[in-house]
Design a protein around this ligand. Structure first.
Ligand code: ADP
Length: 261
């Protein structure tokens, strides 16, 4: 911290060095704070489901409890245990990304086939909420990326679109294939995101409505993982949203690997 107080004594090289060191110290302090905040969030997020599990397990063990009540508590325990495993999986995913130990194996992917596969995979969840998932993608649409990671990116965005949309609404995937870049748009007519929250939604653990997203099983890590994976593909992601009208995520990736002829 002494570096922050380092005075700029002169306008020569020494003075410049003092300024650089000051800036470096500021960056390091910022990183330290970010790391501490992240660790605090992790322990909070892990502790909450554990508190529920322990509390409801204790009640369920009481002698005078009715069968029906007990079943209700056991369901909560299972739900919270599921939340814990999702959280741990997401944290592992982020740790791998942070350590750069995850591999992106790029190849040409048929985007149409990938989207149809996802549509089938996700259809039970969409059916349950009576949400219509339509895919608007040229059959020959191709993209340079890692198939499993690309599926993970689009799955997460579709899962959010479904979670944050009311029953009986519509979710649409629109692909625009250009020579150099391919754009994937995921659009819903759901809750939308307030303007003041938009700059933060890719931050780790950020959730717009903590209690609502909690009941939907969210961890607040999904979009930060999506953003890291998009960046690992040298792609871009942006969001447009209007409260109570809907949300659109716009992804853009290189159409081909290497040089385009
Ligand atoms: P979560 O696990 O809570 O869904 P995410 O990182 O995936 O976490 O998303 C962060 C927050 O952004 C969510 O909690 C939600 O409030 C908001 N959000 C994400 N996608 C949508 C969407 N399609 N419509 C409305 N809100 C969304």
């Amino acid at each position: 911290n002494f570096l922050v107080d380092l005075p700029k004594t002169s306008n020569d090289e020494l003075g410049e060095l003092a300024v650089s060191l000051k800036e470096l110290a500021r960056d390091l302090n910022f990183l330290k704070k970010e790391r501490n905040d992240f660790l605090a969030s992790i322990s909070h997020e892990l502790r909450t489901p554990l508190t529920y599990i322990k509390g409801y397990a204790d009640i369920s063990l009481r002698k005078n409890i009715e069968e029906e009540e007990k079943e209700k508590y056991l369901r909560i325990i299972v739900e919270e245990a599921n939340r814990l495993s999702t959280l741990i999986e997401d944290l592992f995913e982020l740790a791998k990304i942070d350590k750069n130990t995850f591999l992106i194996q790029k190849q040409q992917i048929n985007l149409y086939e990938l989207l149809v596969k996802l549509q089938i995979k996700m259809s039970p969840a969409f059916k349950e909420k009576e949400i219509d998932l339509t895919i608007n993608c040229p059959r020959t649409s191709s993209l340079h990326g890692d198939p499993a990671r690309m599926e993970q990116i689009i799955f997460n965005l579709l899962d959010n679109a479904m979670k944050y949309s009311p029953k009986n609404s519509k979710v649409e995937v629109i692909v625009t294939a250009r020579k150099k870049e391919t754009e994937i748009i995921i659009h819903d007519n759901g809750n939308g995101i307030p303007e003041e929250d938009l700059p933060y939604i890719f931050n780790r653990f950020y959730r717009v409505d903590k209690s609502r997203t909690r009941s939907l099983g969210g961890t607040g890590l999904g979009l930060s993982i999506v953003q890291e994976l998009v960046q690992a593909h040298e792609g871009t992601i942006r969001v447009e949203s209007k409260l109570n009208i809907g949300t659109t995520f716009i992804l853009s990736f290189k159409t081909y690997g290497g040089e385009v002829n």
